[in-house]
Design a protein around this ligand. Structure first.
Ligand SMILES: [Zn+2]
Length: 453
């Protein structure tokens, strides 16, 4: 039987602005949009969600999470990670090829990961594939993998995971060619290994609070700049579509923008932690806010917001990268695991900050919806509230708040730099393909409705 759902009387984000529109959903797809005044009478067999007082936006697409499943499920897992995503308004995630174990760098692992995850996710998902220094000459293997992944990921510096070796500057040429041949995007973790390795040796004798300062000094913006410059040069040379992940500095985003304007097929992601926290926060909180590249001075945070307002940032991903809490409590900052637990709070935190800065939500919402869908080739299903697309919808209230308490965490390990923060909004419902997967009133998550794209 046909399942009809109406979302009525909300302020709906369509064509980059909020409009009073009713959404008719049939069997999980958006069927049609209607001016709220001309709503037809209740149809038989139709369910209605009253969205009065709510902003209604497309479900967020987080193109950058590490759910560590299978292999490191004590760090996270698809079940817990995707529940946290749903609670924060995210309806689609792309899972990185590391830190699940083994890393997704060959056909067998990719196939096994797909089978294993097939019944665990509460949100829709796609998988990244990894290009490393050791698999990059395995052309037939990579070609077979390419049809089952959303895009390629490579590191230009030490990844911290033994079976995911970074690609050398020379190896990156082959990775570029491979990605180009497969018509896939190549996403890069861009820090220049030679510079970081040298500075790490120089600084890592520093311990305690001095260690924190020294850690920052060991991964300067110049190392990002060198890596991005090399990546841009090769992207231009090979005609490869490149996506720089977690860029932390406005100067680097400026470089990328120049290349983009000169015709290079390149996009750039930043993460909420670079937009919300600075190096002073890291010096105070230590490993809880350890990430690579590290947090930057306040001037860079402000610079990133300027980039965002000027349209220079393409996408925002959480880079949700958890670990056991004990791995954050190491005596030395150098040994602590780097990564931020953020998937549940990405859009709560960003929209909250945008509101405080008087930035229109129409400037920020597309960076987690339409822009991601366009870049990764899923705009025929995801990213907008338009007829024919999946009915992935989030209802948000701006007159209610969210306090990020431990009890509210849906991810596996109960710590986060967002703990005790209060956000000036609340996710009321998350809807995936016409199904309410998170309901705030009932504090209920419908599990395992997600499927692979
Ligand atoms: Zn990452």
């Amino acid at each position: 039987m046909t399942k009809v759902l109406w979302i009525k009387k909300g302020l709906v984000f369509i064509d980059d602005r909020f409009q009073e529109v009713d959404i008719k959903i049939i069997d999980g797809k958006i069927d049609s949009l209607h001016p709220s005044v001309a709503v037809p009478l209740q149809e038989k067999a139709a369910t209605t969600i009253d969205a009065s007082g709510c902003l209604v936006v497309p479900g967020f697409i987080d193109a950058h999470v590490h759910f560590n499943d299978p292999g490191r499920t004590d760090w996270e897992g698809m079940e817990t990670g995707s529940r946290a995503a749903a609670k924060g308004g995210t309806t689609t995630i792309f899972d990185m090829p590391l830190n699940s174990s083994p890393s997704v760098t060959n056909v067998t692992t990719l196939r096994e990961k797909k089978e294993y995850l097939s019944s665990l996710a509460s949100v829709d998902y796609a998988l990244w594939g990894g290009i490393t220094e050791t698999n990059l000459t395995n052309h037939s293997e990579l070609e077979e993998m390419s049809s089952g992944i959303i895009a390629w990921k490579a590191f230009m510096s030490e990844s911290g995971i033994a079976d995911f070796p970074f690609v050398s500057p020379g190896g990156l040429e082959q990775a570029m060619q491979t990605a180009k041949d497969h018509h896939k995007i190549l996403a890069l973790h861009a820090e220049w290994e030679e510079e970081i390795a040298r500075l790490t040796v120089q600084y890592q004798t520093a311990k305690g609070s001095e260690g924190r300062q020294a850690f920052l000094a060991s991964r300067p913006i110049s190392a990002e700049e060198k890596a991005v410059s090399h990546g841009l040069e090769l992207a231009a040379k090979y005609g490869t579509a490149v996506h720089f992940v977690h860029i932390s500095s406005a100067r680097i985003i400026g470089l990328i923008d120049q290349a983009k304007k000169s015709g290079v097929n390149v996009t750039v992601e930043t993460c909420p932690h670079y937009l919300l926290f600075d190096e002073i926060d890291f010096l105070e909180k230590g490993a809880l806010l350890k990430c690579c590249p590290p947090l930057r001075p306040r001037s860079e945070v402000e610079g990133l917001w300027d980039c965002l307002k000027n349209g220079l940032i393409d996408t925002i991903g959480s880079d949700h990268s958890p670990c056991l809490y004990s791995m954050k409590l190491t005596p030395s900052i150098w040994e602590a695991w780097g990564g931020i637990q953020g998937v549940q709070f990405t859009w709560l935190a960003l929209i909250d900050e945008a509101l405080r800065r008087n930035i229109q939500l129409s400037e920020i919402v597309p960076l987690g919806t339409a822009r991601v869908a366009d870049r990764f080739g899923i705009a025929d299903r995801k990213g907008r509230l338009l007829p024919g697309l999946d009915a992935d919808v989030v209802l948000i209230r701006l007159d209610e708040t969210t306090l990020a308490t431990k009890e509210s965490f849906a991810f596996r390990n109960q710590y986060s730099p967002y703990e005790n923060k209060e956000f000036l909004l609340r996710v009321k419902k998350t809807i995936l393909r016409g199904n309410v997967i998170f309901d705030d009133e009932e504090n209920r998550i419908i599990e395992k409705y997600g499927r692979e794209l």
